[in-house]
Design a protein around this ligand. Structure first.
Ligand code: GDP
Ligand code: MG
Ligand code: K
Length: 299
């Protein structure tokens, strides 16, 4: 379909961890596709959410890894992120109104100078600040980079989100509907399931297990007749001590992770799920670039 005057394009959402990118995406798309967490960096692959209405289609890319790299995986992510930014029609650079401007933001602005794509500055969490504190922040950012728009929002409460969507639509070129209107994400279910398990593991173990854990889905199988979906997944950690934490006393932690993940996966798939979880130690996996593809990273 290619209606006259129809607009469509790709929009990358960038910003430091926890500024509210997933919350925004979920509000606009209206479904839990980007995984939310109190802990930073839950989203490590790019997740596309597709917003479709009568006059436009916006394909959102939740781009991680634009911040300062700490190890080789970080360098890799940075490269992936910068390439993604060059290919999109618009970048949303999201910042936290409450935290103001910091070194993390300065670093991202330097990266933005390496690409030609127009950038909206989205100041999120305005529900947490007094309006008087917003203007100085806007002025500060104005001096640093020629943003195409500066839009204060609250992704959580929804303030100004519709207006931002309208402004995004205005910036998109004329183009086709790339995806059918009911398409919410083009990522395989497998990826979302892995992220759901990872989210539970990070959440339940709180400060004890670092973000270096990965989840690999080894098998998904829908049994004819019963309709039950059998899933086997491995949680990969870097150290034996982390394995112990994930498994917990008498396997209690792993059981809890599995139960919570299963509930979400059942909601996602709309069927009963049997989830089998394993934990495996693979030392220093972050620095083994050769293995990245096995973990679902694509260049
Ligand atoms: P991401 O790492 O950038 O994807 O951030 P998330 O979307 O996971 O949000 C991180 C935390 O900030 C979550 O606890 C959200 O509920 C919270 N959050 C997101 N947007 C807002 C907002 O507009 N206002 C407030 N008060 N909290 C928000
Ligand atoms: Mg996120
Ligand atoms: K630029």
């Amino acid at each position: 379909m290619n209606k006259e005057g129809y607009k469509s394009g790709f929009v990358a959402i960038i910003g430091r961890p926890n500024v509210g990118k997933s919350t925004f995406l979920n509000r606009v798309i209206g479904q839990k596709i980007a995984i939310m967490s109190d802990k930073p960096q839950t989203t490590r692959n790019k997740i596309q959410g597709v917003y479709t209405d009568d006059d436009a289609q916006i394909i959102f890319i939740d781009t991680p890894g634009v911040h300062k790299p700490k190890h080789k995986l970080g360098d890799f992510m940075m490269k992936v992120a910068l390439n993604a930014l060059r290919e999109v029609d618009l970048i949303l650079f999201m910042v936290n109104a409450e935290e103001g401007f910091g070194r993390g933001e300065a670093f991202i602005i330097e990266r933005l100078k390496e690409v030609d794509t127009p950038v909206f500055l989205v100041i999120n969490k305005i529900d947490r600040v007094h309006p008087d504190d917003l203007l100085p922040l806007i002025d500060r950012y104005k001096d640093l980079y020629p943003f195409a728009e500066i839009v204060p929002i609250s992704a959580l409460e929804g303030n100004n989100v519709e207006r931002l969507v309208e402004q995004i639509k205005q910036r998109l070129p004329e183009g086709p509907q790339y995806y059918p209107p009911d398409q919410i994400t083009d990522h395989p279910e497998q990826f979302i399931i892995a992220e759901l398990i990872r989210e539970k593991a990070l959440h339940l173990t709180r400060e004890e297990v670092p973000h270096s854990i990965a989840v690999v889905i080894e098998r998904i199988e829908r049994r004819e007749g019963s309709g039950i979906v059998y899933i086997s997944a491995v949680i990969i950690v870097e150290r034996d001590s982390q394995k112990g934490i994930i498994i917990g006393k008498q396997g209690r932690m792993l059981k809890e992770i599995g139960q919570r993940a299963r509930a979400d996966i059942e909601a996602l798939l709309g069927s009963r799920v049997f989830l089998e979880l394993w934990v495996k130690v693979q030392k220093d996996w972050r620095n083994r670039l050769a293995q990245l593809r096995d973990f679902g990273f694509r260049e």
